[in-house]
Structure formats: C-alpha cells, structure tokens
Design a protein around this ligand. Structure first.
Ligand SMILES: [Zn+2]
Length: 241
C-alpha cells in the first residue's frame, strides 16, 4: 500500500510528495457520521466525504480539470487549482451529493434519513475545503463564477490544529459507535489511523510535486483508503445505542 502512495512511481524524487489537500478532516466527518447511518459501511462514508477528491484526480488526468504547482502559493499546499468546477464547485457538490445518495439508496434500499446524511457528508467536503483553500473554490461551473475560500492554508499551525481536532473527534465517535468483532477489527482500524496520519504528515512536509499531473496521480491512491475503510467496517459491529 505504501508503495502506491510513494511518489517513486510518479516522480524522479522517489519520495512522497506534498499535495497538501485537506485530508484527515474529510475522513473525520466520515468516521463521525457512522453513528448517524449505522447501516452504511465506513468505506461508503469515506467515498461520501472524499468524493470530490476521488473524482478530482480522474478529471485532471482526463484533461478536464487543471491544476498547477506553485511552491509558496499557500503555506500548506503548493497546488494551484486553476480549474476544477466539476469536482469542487458548490453546485457540483450538491449534484454529487444527490447522485451519490440516490445511487446508494437505490442499491441498498436505504431509508430516506440515510440518504440525507450521506448527501450531507458529500457536501461537507466543499464546506471544509472552502475553509482551508484560498479563494479558489467556485460556486458554479461557469467560468465567471465567484470563487470563495477562507484561506486556513495560510497557517500551518491552524490547519494542523483544525484537522487533528476534527480527526480526533470523528475517530472517537466511530470507536464508540462500533466495536471490534475480532482482532482484525481492532488492528485494521488503528493501522488505518496510523497510516492516515503518516500520509498526512508526508502531505504537509514532503517536497512539492513536480507537476499538477504528478499530484493527481498521487491523489488517485485515495481509492485504496476507501477499500481499507470497507475492510475495517466488515470486522466491526455497530454498538446499539
Ligand atoms: Zn477537495
């Protein structure tokens, strides 16, 4: 798993590169939402919370969205999000939320409440990104749209504090809402937590990626974390309230 997240396959440097995406904060929301939608797997919640960043690298690699690298652009990330309305505009977030909730509800015959919570988790991605990004988050898919962003990424300490607090809270909620069914249920969860934190640190302190395309290829590895989420959840049971 580490291998695919290393930039060695993507860059000559052979080290993890700094993408600096809002990272553990999105996983925090996913962990925290488990109690509200016990029927949904943690893997499904990971998809919901990270849908924008799961779709984004695919669109960049396909040449539909564009990202550049400008070291020093913000303290936390050197990525310059030039054009990403289909993964990261507010309108797109709402559309993805509806689509995801509808698809899940149909496939799993889920209750309306489950669909609503999943949709909210999808939209939470945009809200958290708007907190951290500089004003590059489009409201609509139009080229002339207003772009917003509160710029928490201008403060490394602020970013780490907010993300780790969120992560701790989300994880605590998940750990309380579920219990391990076997040894894997415990080890897979804490292994995942350790892995997320290591990747997060590399994300913050690694060298900038040589190109936007390299960053997108690295970000694709996020899909592996989704698989890890499903694995963890299969070995844990929901604790009755
Ligand atoms: Zn994002």
């Amino acid at each position: 798993m580490t291998v695919s997240l290393r930039a060695g396959t993507l860059t000559p440097a052979g080290r993890p590169v700094r993408i600096g995406l809002m990272f553990v904060g999105h996983f925090a929301v996913a962990f925290g939402a488990k109690r509200a939608v016990p029927a949904a797997s943690l893997g499904t919640l990971f998809i919901a919370g990270q849908l924008a960043d799961l779709v984004w690298p695919v669109l960049v690699i396909a040449g539909i969205e564009r990202v550049g690298v400008q070291p020093g652009l913000t303290v936390v990330t050197p990525l310059d999000f030039i054009y990403y309305p289909f993964s990261h505009s507010l309108v797109a977030a709402a559309a993805w939320a509806l689509l995801f909730a509808a698809a899940y509800s149909r496939l799993r015959n889920a209750a309306l409440r489950t669909g609503i919570v999943l949709a909210l988790v999808v939209v939470s991605h945009w809200v958290l990104d708007a907190l951290t990004h500089r004003p590059d988050m489009p409201l609509t898919v139009s080229a002339e749209t207003t772009r917003v962003g509160l710029g928490l990424w201008n403060s490394l300490a602020g970013t780490i504090a907010v993300e780790l607090l969120l992560f701790g809270a989300g994880l605590w909620l998940y750990a309380r809402a579920t219990r391990a069914l076997d040894r894997t249920g415990r080890r897979a969860l804490w292994g995942l937590v350790a892995f997320l934190l290591v990747i997060y640190a590399a994300n913050l302190f690694g060298p900038p990626p040589p190109s936007g395309m390299a960053a997108a290829w690295s970000a694709l590895a996020m899909w592996l974390l989704v698989a890890w989420g499903y694995w963890v959840d299969r070995h844990r049971a929901v604790v009755p309230v």
